[in-house]
Design a protein around this ligand. Structure first.
Ligand code: URA
Length: 202
């Protein structure tokens, strides 16, 4: 017999189909496709990144490139089961500018984050996670609705939308970009924040 969770799964699939045609800001014009969130309804953790990267834009799935590889390994080290995480982004289209033959990532503006917020809000409502994890400042801006610095916000359980427990941490790409001498410590910090979120989810 279908239960409420099946209804939410169906609604989430419909939401993804609606988002595929999103023109709420101009980013759709240069992106290959909308990259919507993925993972089960009822996932304990909702992980929010910034926006799809070059690889995600082509493949159509979140966190399948190098940052995703680092994130998967950090989640495993933090004891998070992949089935316990719904993974999405604050902005669902890849924002880039050309440099020669390459597409260079550009940070989304506050207007673009706000234009995309309806999708994130609905994902949170339908997934009903116990904890949201913001990967980087853009995700924190989108989830908490205010500018947030990682250094001051991390290591705590914050009060997110509708009282949703929220953890802020570094973006996996920042770990990848860190200087050799800093990378291991940044990765340990990411794993510690993910473990905090797992514990908070119970
Ligand atoms: N970076 C993000 O923030 N999201 C992705 O999906 C990939 C890279």
């Amino acid at each position: 017999m279908p239960d409420a969770r099946d209804d939410r799964t169906t609604a989430l699939a419909q939401l993804a189909a609606d988002a595929a045609g999103c023109t709420r800001c101009d980013l759709y014009r240069r992106a290959t496709q909308t990259v919507f969130g993925e993972g089960p309804v009822g996932a304990a953790l909702l992980l929010v990144g910034e926006q799809p990267g070059d690889r995600e834009d082509v493949d159509g799935h979140p966190f399948v490139g190098p940052a995703g590889g680092l994130l998967d390994a950090a989640l495993a080290d933090a004891g998070v089961n992949p089935g316990d995480a719904y993974v999405t982004n604050a902005v669902k289209h890849f924002k880039w500018e050309p440099r020669g033959k390459r597409r260079i990532h550009k940070r989304p503006s506050v207007t673009e984050i706000q234009a995309c917020h309806v999708w994130l809000e609905e994902e949170i409502r339908l997934v009903r996670p116990r904890v949201a994890v913001c990967l980087g400042a853009t995700a924190a801006r989108a989830v908490l609705g205010r500018p947030t610095t990682i250094s001051s916000a991390r290591g705590q359980i914050l009060d997110g939308p509708e009282g949703l427990a929220t953890v802020v941490t570094v973006h996996p790409s920042a770990v990848l970009r860190a200087r050799d001498g800093d990378r291991a410590a940044m990765r340990r910090g990411l794993v510690a924040d993910l473990a905090l979120a797992r514990q908070a989810a119970g």
